[in-house]
Each structure stands twice: as C-alpha cells, then as structure tokens.
Write a protein that binds this ligand. Structure first.
Ligand code: ADP
Length: 405
C-alpha cells in the first residue's frame, strides 16, 4: 500500500511517499516558507533531487503543488496518478485524553482535534490545515492522525499527573502527555527486537531522543511508563531554544521584573532559552560545542547543563523501573554527536553502564542498530537512527486495514 506521510508545520510541510509492503521510500520532499515570498519545494526521487519555487499562499496551494510534483515526470515521476495513494498519515501533535492511539479522521475526529488546539497552539492549526487540505485535494482517500503523544498514553497517573488541584486536571486536562511518541516507539521497538534476538533482557529501556527538541522516556515491557516532556514539549531537559524543567515561579518573576506578559514569557522560555539562551551562540549543538571547544565558557555551560540533565533523567528512570537493561540514543544529537554521547554516559558506571570509546567514536549504524557499550557492560547502549515517518506509515496502514476489515 502506498501511504503519503505528512508532517505539516505552520509554514512548512515535510512529506514522504512510502510503500508499506517493503517499507521503501518512493519519494521524499519538503516545502518551506508557505505564505512567504520565497516559498520553495525540494523533492527527492530515486536519489535525484528536484526543486520548485512557485509562490504558495497557503497550505492548500502547497498540497496541490506536492501532488503535482509526485506525479510529474519532470520531478522524478514517483507515481503516475494520485489514485495510487491509498491513504494519508498525518503527524499530529496532541490527543489530549481523547484518543490513546492513531485514528482515522472523520468529522467527529476533526472536531476533537479542533477542540484541542489550545494544547498545541503552535502546531495543531498547521496539523489540522494539512488534514483539511488533503481531504479537499483527495476526497475518498482515508486520512489517519498519528499523535506525538499517543505512545505515552500508557503512563500511570502517578507519573503523568501534576500535583495541582485535581479539579483543574478534570476541567482542563492539564497533565504530562509527552511527545516524540513515534520516535520512542520506533527505537524502543527496534531495541527490543535486537535484544530479544540475542536472548538478552529487554524489559527496562531508557530511550533518549536528542535533537533540537529532546525527550527521554522510560519504556517498561515495551510501554512508556514515564517521559520527560509534559503537557507541552517545554518540560524536561534543556533543548535548542527551550529551557526544560524550571521552577514555575520564574514565570511570575519575569512578568514582575521585566514587565513581560504571560505570552511573552512563553515565547522566552520556548524560543529564546536552552542552548541559545545560555550560550548566546546558537541553538545548534554543533555551533555551541565548537564555541565551547574554543574556550567560550557560556557555551561549555550550556552543553554541560544538557548532558548533566540527560544523565539525571536516565538515573531517575533506572530508579523508577528498578533497574535498566538498555539505553537507546537517537535524534540528530543522539545519532551523531560522539562528544555529547560520551559526556551523557560517563558517570553512569554505578548502574553497570560502560561505553566502548572506539565504538562510540565510530558506531556502525548500517544494520539500523549500533552497539556502543563495552563487552562487559551490564547495560546495552544502542545508537538507533529514528524513523518517525515509517511509524506513521505503518500505523496508517494498520488503521485503514482495520477499518476495511
Ligand atoms: P529536530 O528535533 O529538529 O528533528 P534533529 O533530530 O535533526 O532535530 O537534531 C538537530 C540537532 O542535532 C542539532 O542540535 C544538531 O547540532 C545536531 N546534529 C545533527 N547532526 C549532527 C552531527 N553530525 N554531529 C553532531 N550533532 C549533530
């Protein structure tokens, strides 16, 4: 089945056309700067990249162009006709407490997504615009919403609840939801498959998705039992521009002392903090690391705060699960940064975590799983490149298959 996977942001759309029978990627593309004068599309088919710079006033126009490019021989001719697209899978940020898994979008589901916009005001409107544009452009083709939060629906209340008055949980559904669910699901599934094939224990895994946004998850018996992000992606470890865990009183202090509005504080904590705010250099860990290496003390501090807090989360989840069998590293930083991986893992020897320096410096990811622990490490340390699009394609195939059965 050919599934079109859509990840729609406020001014961008990333897409992949995936053949779920053999899980191959037929076409992959990105549209940027929707609604701006410099809108552009880039599409790769069969190793060749094609570009286009047609002006795109809105998501509807962007989807029309994407469908044109998927079928046009001038853009690699990924498919002959849009009728080959059997289903569309959409990355959607938030379920609230309404769904505990992926769902085929009908009028009822769409109304629920719209009701939940307040839980993700930056992402949800674009996710919904993407779904509506597809419904209009390809009527009759099923659309499936795959939620970033759904994998964490298994968290027990003691992990997911905030200690605020219970009525406010009941009324506003304020609790920890967690994000990057498709990534944590993919890499924990892959780790379990790998560990089981070797007859090793697999019940207690900590998955670390470390990228521009980062989250850590405790996966017990294949299920998320705790995760670092919260009701929004702001909670947890410091990230590219997000502060991560912080005393909530800071919000009032900033309002009182800097005359900021709550909305301005929200932007400050989400967009101006993290690596960028502490280092003053960049939100990109490569730039910050380079500055740290050339003696910039604030850049060093930003990286040290990051690795220290990731380490603390790993330790706390080992405590939560009563031990740890495996640590998984993924995301742009987890997959690529030798130095940050080393700093995160060092000091965890008391848990039985022992890194192999050579394997960490040159992980062999060709099979999709690279072991970077020392032979005598009690805990396996795996670098696993994530594949969120593939999870969305698989879920879409399964949901559409179930609906037809
Ligand atoms: P997103 O959360 O936007 O999907 P990514 O998972 O692509 O982000 O991660 C982006 C982060 O990964 C950046 O901080 C970047 O510095 C880091 N990164 C990407 N490639 C490398 C690399 N080769 N070496 C070190 N860090 C890298």
């Amino acid at each position: 089945m050919k599934v079109l996977v859509i990840n729609a942001g406020s001014s961008s759309v990333k897409y992949q056309l995936i053949e779920t029978d053999d899980e191959s990627v037929i076409a992959k593309g990105g549209i940027e700067c929707i609604g701006l004068p410099n809108a552009n599309l880039k599409q790769t088919v069969g190793g060749k990249t094609y570009t286009d710079a047609t002006p795109l006033p809105d998501h509807g126009a962007a989807f029309s162009l994407m469908l044109h490019c998927l079928t046009s021989p001038d853009f690699g001719g990924a498919i002959k006709d849009v009728s080959e697209i059997a289903a569309i899978g959409h990355r959607v940020l938030h379920t609230s407490t309404d769904f505990d898994g992926s769902v085929q979008v009908d009028d009822r589901a769409l109304a629920i997504l719209k009701k939940n916009i307040h839980l993700g005001p930056l992402h949800m409107p674009a996710n919904i615009a993407g779904i509506e544009a597809c419904m209009k452009a390809l009527p009759g083709v099923p659309n499936v919403a795959v939620f970033d939060t759904a994998f964490h629906a298994t968290m027990p209340p003691k992990a997911a609840m905030y200690a605020i008055p219970y009525e406010d949980y009941e009324q506003f559904k304020i609790k920890k939801y967690g994000f990057h669910g498709t990534s944590h699901k993919f890499v924990s599934g892959k780790a379990i498959e790998y560990l089981r094939s070797k007859g090793l224990p697999w019940g207690k895994i900590v998955t670390c998705h470390l990228g521009n946004g980062s989250s850590i998850t405790a996966v017990e018996d294949g299920k998320s039992v705790d995760t670092s992000m919260g009701v929004t992606p702001l909670e947890g470890v410091p990230m590219g521009t997000r502060c991560g865990d912080i005393d909530a009183s800071v919000v009032k202090m900033l309002c009182d002392w800097k005359g900021m509005t709550p909305a301005e504080v929200d932007t400050y904590l989400n967009k101006k903090s993290g690596f960028l705010g502490v280092s003053g250099v960049s939100s990109d860990s490569r730039d910050v690391l380079a500055a740290a290496e050339s003696g910039n003390a604030r850049a060093r501090l930003a990286m040290d705060m990051f690795t220290y807090r990731v380490k603390k989360y790993i330790g706390s989840y080992a405590a939560a699960m009563g031990g740890i069998d495996c640590i998984v590293l993924t995301g742009g930083i987890g997959e690529n940064s030798v130095d940050l991986r080393r700093d995160i893992l060092s000091g965890l020897e008391f848990l039985g975590v022992k890194t192999d320096e050579e394997a960490n410096s040159h992980p062999d990811k060709s099979s999709g799983v690279a072991e970077i622990n020392a032979e005598d490490s009690k805990v396996k340390i795996l670098v696993i490149p994530t594949n969120e699009e593939l999870v969305i394609a698989r879920e879409t195939r399964d949901i559409v298959g179930k609906a037809k059965a």
